[in-house]
Design a binder for this molecule. Structure first.
Ligand SMILES: C[S@@+](CC[C@H](N)C(=O)[O-])C[C@H]1O[C@@H](n2cnc3c(N)ncnc32)[C@H](O)[C@@H]1O
Length: 216
């Protein structure tokens, strides 16, 4: 009887033991992969951020093709200089430059800037249509741009709204991806869910900002 109980216990413990307990190599390999992925993420997503205040830090996350297509739709009937704030690997800059815009991508991550510049050279895109500047856009005056595109983070949109209100001309258009400006009147929008993009015309944004608040 005792023997059979022991057999049952032994059998049970082997059946319910965690699969990786028996496979230390698998556990070690998974750990190494996770650490490697975290290392890659910090190398590609974070360099250059030391001087940016913590509340304004935005990591790299590439936009989808649908998102880029939605931005291009909102740029229809527009022309001139375009600034992409946080240009990442340059995908939006390349797409907009193919429509005839003179684009500048501002990017704080020097690895992504290097990648975008090499890609521009490889594709034969001249710097007159696609320029990549390794600069903090918070410290850049954007008054020369008639078109501004942003794919950043919800926490920075209010601060960015104040900066753009101060610097952009009335005939400028701002396009925000995924995260809209909290209080700005929307001129048009394209797409749904994570790929949605919103367009704002500065003249309308300013007109609304000048209106006195409605008394209750
Ligand atoms: C969400 S990603 C968007 C990348 C790209 N626009 C796209 O659509 O694929 C935000 C980018 O902004 C960059 N960034 C964040 N803060 C910045 C700053 N102050 N100046 C310049 N670039 C910044 C990040 O390094 C990152 O590449």
């Amino acid at each position: 009887m005792e023997d059979s109980v022991e057999i049952i216990l032994q059998d049970g413990s082997s059946r319910f033991s965690h699969p990786t307990q028996d496979k230390p190599v698998v556990t070690a390999a998974s750990g190494a992969v996770l650490i490697g992925l975290y290392g890659l993420w910090t190398v590609f997503a974070l360099p250059g951020f030391r001087k940016v205040p913590k509340s304004l830090k935005v990591p790299y996350l590439p936009s989808s093709r649908t998102q880029t297509r939605n931005v291009l739709k909102l740029l229809r009937s527009r022309s001139g200089c375009l600034a992409d704030l946080g240009s990442g690997d340059g995908r939006l800059v390349f797409a907009a430059s193919s429509l005839g815009f003179q684009c500048t991508g501002f990017e704080i991550n020097s690895i992504l800037i290097g990648y975008a510049r090499v890609r521009a050279l490889w594709m034969g895109v001249p710097t007159s249509t696609a320029r990549f500047v390794n600069k903090d856009f918070w410290k850049t005056n954007l008054s020369g741009y008639k078109n501004v595109t942003v794919f950043l983070a919800p926490g920075v949109m209010e601060v960015l709204a104040r900066k753009l209100m101060e610097e952009l001309a009335d005939d400028s258009r701002v396009i925000a991806c995924r995260f809209p400006f909290p209080d700005w009147p929307v001129a048009a929008s394209e797409g749904h869910g994570l790929d949605r993009a919103w367009a704002y015309d500065m003249a309308t944004v300013r007109r609304l900002a000048r209106q006195p608040p409605i008394a209750c």
